[in-house]
Design a protein around this ligand. Sequence first.
Ligand SMILES: [Fe+2]
Length: 371
Amino acid sequence: MKQIIVRPELHKFDTCKEFVQEFALGEKDLVLTNEYIYQPYFGEMGLSVHTIFQEKYGAGEPTDVMVDAIIADAAKTGYDRVVAIGGGTVIDIAKVLAVSDGGPVDGLYANVAGLEKKHPLIILPTTCGTGSEVTNLSIINRTRIGTKMGLASEQMFADHAVLVPELLGSLPFGVFATSSIDALVHAVESSLSPKATPFTKLFGYKAIEMIIRGYQRIVKEGRECLGGLMGDFLTASTFAGLAFGTAGCAAVHALSYPLGGTYHVAHGESNYAMFTGVLKNYMEIRQGGEIAVMNDYLAGLLDCSAGEVYEELEKLLNQLLPKKALREYGVTQEDIGVFTEAVMNTQGRLMANNFVPLDAARVRKIYEELY
Ligand SMILES: [Fe+2]
């Protein structure tokens, strides 16, 4: 059984300047990023790199249309290395660029086994959530078939994952909240996965501790302390990425994709909408095993009994990001049937990692309860 995959070489620098010098960025490099990140942190360095600013191709999470347009423009630059500096959207697109032959992304989905790395890939995350810098997975909203789907290949791992806490200096609080909750969900789902190992759990449980302790400090001391905690949150997010990169995510992510894709809810927020609802249903089916270990661990961190952990966790998370009912996002009763079908038909990759199997009736029940 696979214990843990750590493919990219991991680096950490205090400043962007140190990164640029160490990696000798130059004219053969294509930097895929956002202008609001590039200008303040790299603009004055006068680099000879090619730049593509992702937001010029559309807002929000990556779609097939957006990725195809970026692939076409990237091909005109004659780039060698791909340097991704950004959040989940930028990183996911960069992984596709690394294996792209210049054609549409649909062709890559159709030939996953035959993908080959065409360009070295360097990833610098600018949020503290996706963990995507250490995984080989890219999530794209396939608007042509109406759902978000993961594209994963050994060839899509970065060669280098580079942590620069300076880049998170101007992260808006809302993005911090949704991205760090995503990391927490990665850590919890991967630790409950049947594919979890002592190695993935070492990173997963440590990430949970660092994130919850960080939240408790923010609640106690106010948002001003966030700057000093960013390095910890960035590390925790990478820990969670290492955990789910091997053990996988599960139903929380699977159920959140139809909500995020249909109503354009940020990934971390749509996960939060499903998070405790899924855990409570696991508990209805099975109370022993890893979920008992998890609940005891959370009880220790939250200073409550194991029976109160989901309520206490929600109380803590609500102080960063208020949880909403599905209907508040515009979800209708009819959507519940459509979402359930989408989960059962297209999210098998994630649903295979559930703590206990969840059938269509159970998925529908979870949506109903959260409605
Ligand atoms: Fe996620």
